[in-house]
Design a protein around this ligand. Structure first.
Ligand code: SAH
Length: 254
């Protein structure tokens, strides 16, 4: 069945994609079916957990906003312990493990402890959400570059390269940005983008609950608040957002 059987004593750091189980890679699906132990995050959708071997032990590692069920350090060491006990460990993360997923930190610990590992990339939220919301991240008419940033607030502020982000002919994708959306939009305007610059926020992209709210840097914060969006949400800023009306194809929920 499997081209490469999963090995005991190994940690597989696997990207689950943005939610739709059809977006799992073949390698990810294969490893989920072979896992002895699954260590998974809040972002992993129930439809994907359904694909995990029924005999696998499941450990929830948390990671909702402000609520880390297990601290990162402990997750790193848990993976080492499980692998050294001879288990085939699948560490499953939403999206792609090396994109805002702390996958690098986990693998650094494994490497330092001499634990064999493999990293399986996943469809990152930006790619999945953009496709399902009908917003191409680049387009020759609108954007030749695309930047991914985290909009996570630290002490109520966001320390980003604003002049670098507030550029024309560029798409900016913001992960973890819902709570910082008002700051984000006002900073982009302050650094030179027009208030009517297109911007969108997408709730639970690629799932049946996907919802897209479009507006401008000036209007999006209020529109998003009125929409009572549910996590996770992704923000996309740039002229490519104008294509959403024509290119959206995925049925949207509420
Ligand atoms: N490693 C993940 C990102 C983890 S950070 C990846 O590559 O996608 C978590 C953030 O990802 C969320 O706050 C949200 O901004 C974004 N995100 C993940 N899945 C999403 C989805 N289905 N829809 C919208 N945003 C999503």
């Amino acid at each position: 069945m499997s081209a490469r059987p999963a090995q005991p004593g190994t940690v597989y750091l696997v990207g689950a994609g943005p939610g739709d189980p059809s977006l799992l890679t073949l390698r990810a699906a294969d490893l989920l079916a072979q896992a002895d132990v699954l260590v998974y995050d809040a972002l992993v959708s129930p439809a994907i957990l359904d694909r995990v071997s029924p005999t696998a032990e499941r450990i929830y590692a948390g990671k909702e906003r402000g609520n880390h069920a297990i601290p990162q350090e402990d997750i790193n060491h848990l993976l080492v312990r499980l692998a050294k006990a001879g288990k085939c460990v699948v560490r499953l993360k939403g999206g792609d493990p090396y994109t805002f997923g702390r996958g690098g930190e986990e693998v650094q610990t494994l490497s330092a402890q001499g634990v064999p590992f493999e990293v399986v990339p996943g469809v990152t939220a930006a790619a999945g959400v953009a496709a399902y919301a009908g917003i191409p991240l680049t387009h020759r008419d609108y954007a030749q570059a695309c930047v991914f940033v985290t909009g996570h607030l630290r002490d109520g502020s966001m320390n980003l390269d604003w002049p670098g982000l507030a550029r024309r002919r560029q798409t900016v994708v913001i992960y973890m940005g819902l709570h910082g959306l008002p700051v984000l939009c006002s900073k982009m305007i302050e650094h030179g983008l027009p208030p009517d610059w297109p911007a969108a926020i997408v709730q639970q992209g690629t799932t049946p609950n996907q919802r897209t709210v479009t507006g401008t840097l000036a209007t999006l914060p209020k529109l998003a608040e009125a929409a009572h969006l549910k996590a996770p949400t992704l923000i996309i800023v740039g002229e490519v957002v104008k294509l959403h009306d024509k290119l959206a194809w995925h049925a949207e929920g509420r």
